[in-house]
Write a protein that binds this ligand. Structure first.
Ligand code: CUA
Length: 380
C-alpha cells in the first residue's frame, strides 16, 4: 500500500504575496470558465444554417412553438433582470457600513406584498393559459388543411423507419428509413411507435420533440413550408448509438415528391441494366449469411428481412447509416468494412454472420466489397 506524501503545512497566520497572487489566479480562472460558458451557451444554435437549430423555423408548428418559447423566454428575462437588479441595488446601496447601528426594523408592507403577488399571478396565468391553448391548437392539423400525408414512424436502435400506407393517393406503399420525404405546404401526420426502447422524434425547424414509446402510439404533425432539407435527431437517450440516431426531412415540391414516389422501388436492373460489378454485388448480397436476412429490397425476391432498414431506393438517398454519413463510395466502404468503427454498438456488426470475425472486419475481399457498393448504389 502506498502512503500519500505528507502535506505541506499551511501557515494560516501569514498572508504572503504568493498567497494573494494564488487567490487572484483562482479568481481569474473562475472568471474565464464563466466567460467560456456564457460564450458557449450563446453560440449554441446561433447559426441559422447549422444542421440542428431551434432558431429559425420552416413550418407553422415550429413557428407557433418558437413564438411561445420566445415570449416566455423574454418575459422571464425581464422579470429576472428586474428582480435581481433590485436585489443587487439594495444589497450594495444599503449595505452596512462600519459604525452603522441596526437599521429600522420593518414588518410587512401591504401594498408591496399585494404587488408582488398580483403581478406574477397575472403573468403565470396568462403564459400558462396561452401554453395550454397552443398545446391543443397544435394537436391536430387545422380542419381547413387539405391532403394530409400519413406516415408511420418506428424508432429502432438506432435508426428510423418511415412507412407510407398511401404515398400518392392511389394506395402506393413505401417503406424507407432515415430520410423522410414530404411535399411542401401539406400537413404530415405522424403515428409514432418504437420497436425497442423510448426514442424521441425531433426536427427542430419543423416541430418540437415527441417521445416514441414502445407498446403505445404517439402522434404529432408538422408541415414544411420551405423546400429544403431539415435535420432531425433522436432526443431521448436510447443506448450506445443514441447520439448517432439522426435523420433528415426533405421537403420537396409537389411534383418532385410525386416523382420520388413514382421512382421508388424500381426493381434493380429494370431501369438501367446492372453493370457486371453490380450484378456480382447482388450475388453477394443474396448469398447466405450476407445481407438479405435483415434487409428488404422491393422487387428482389428473397431480400425480405425486416431487422435492418429497407434498402429500396438507397441509391437515391443523400445519407445512410441513420443520417450520419453522406452516401458515397468511400463512406460506404468504411461502413461496410467495419460498421462498428463508424457507429459503435450497431446491430449489423453484432448480428450479421459476415461480421463475426476476430477484428469485426467484413468477411469479404476488397473486390467483393466494391461490388457490393456498386449494387447498393444501383438501388432506386
Ligand atoms: Cu433513439 Cu436516442
Amino acid at each position: 500500500m502506498r502512503l500519500a506524501p505528507p502535506r505541506t503545512r499551511i501557515n494560516s497566520n501569514k498572508t504572503t504575496a504568493e498567497g494573494k497572487s494564488g487567490m487572484r489566479k483562482i479568481r481569474v480562472s473562475h472568471i474565464s470558465i464563466l466567460v467560456l460558458l456564457v460564450v458557449g451557451l450563446l453560440s449554441v444554435g446561433c447559426d441559422y444554417n447549422s444542421h440542428m437549430t431551434t432558431w429559425g423555423t420552416a413550418g407553422p408548428v415550429a413557428a407557433k412553438q418558437a413564438l411561445l418559447f420566445n415570449v416566455l423566454l423574454w418575459v422571464m428575462v425581464v422579470v429576472f433582470v428586474l428582480v435581481e437588479g433590485a436585489l443587487l441595488y439594495a444589497a450594495i446601496k444599503f449595505r452596512r457600513k462600519p459604525g452603522d447601528g441596526l437599521p429600522k426594523q420593518v414588518h410587512g408592507n401591504t401594498p408591496l406584498e399585494i404587488t408582488w403577488t398580483v403581478i406574477p399571478t397575472i403573468l403565470i396565468l396568462a403564459l400558462g393559459i396561452w401554453s395550454v391553448f397552443t398545446l391543443f391548437e397544435l394537436k391536430d392539423p387545422p380542419a381547413t388543411a387539405d391532403g394530409a400525408l400519413e406516415v408511420t414512424v418506428t424508432g429502432h436502435q438506432w435508426w428510423w423507419e418511415f412507412e407510407y400506407q398511401d404515398a400518392d393517393g392511389s394506395g402506393r406503399f413505401i417503406n424507407t428509413s432515415n430520410e423522410l420525404i414530404v411535399p411542401v405546404g401539406r400537413p404530415v401526420n405522424l403515428l409514432l411507435n418504437s420497436d425497442d426502447v423510448i426514442h424521441s422524434f425531433w426536427v427542430p425547424k419543423l416541430a418540437g420533440k415527441v417521445d416514441v414509446v414502445p407498446t403505445r402510439n404517439t402522434r404529432m404533425w408538422f408541415q414544411g413550408d420551405e423546400i429544403g432539407s431539415f435535420y432531425g435527431q433522436c432526443a431521448e437517450f436510447c443506448g450506445t448509438a443514441h447520439a448517432l440516431m439522426k435523420f433528415q426531412v426533405h421537403v420537396l415540391s409537389e411534383a418532385d415528391y410525386m416523382n420520388w414516389v413514382a421512382s421508388y422501388g424500381q426493381p434493380p436492373g429494370t431501369v438501367e441494366a446492372l453493370t457486371g460489378t453490380a450484378r456480382k454485388g447482388q450475388e453477394i448480397f443474396m448469398s447466405n449469411g450476407a445481407c438479405l436476412a435483415c434487409h428488404t429490397i422491393e422487387g428482389v425476391p428473397g431480400a425480405m428481412g425486416v431487422l435492418g432498414p429497407n434498402l429500396t431506393g438507397l441509391g437515391n438517398k443523400q445519407t445512410f447509416a441513420s443520417g450520419i454519413m453522406d452516401l458515397n463510395r468511400e463512406n460506404l466502404r468504411r461502413w461496410l468494412k467495419n460498421p462498428n468503427d463508424v457507429k459503435p454498438g450497431n446491430r449489423m456488426s453484432e448480428q450479421a454472420p459476415v461480421y463475426q470475425t476476430p477484428d469485426g472486419n467484413i468477411n469479404l475481399t476488397e473486390k467483393e466489397v466494391s461490388a457490393l457498393i456498386e449494387y447498393l448504389l444501383s438501388l432506386k
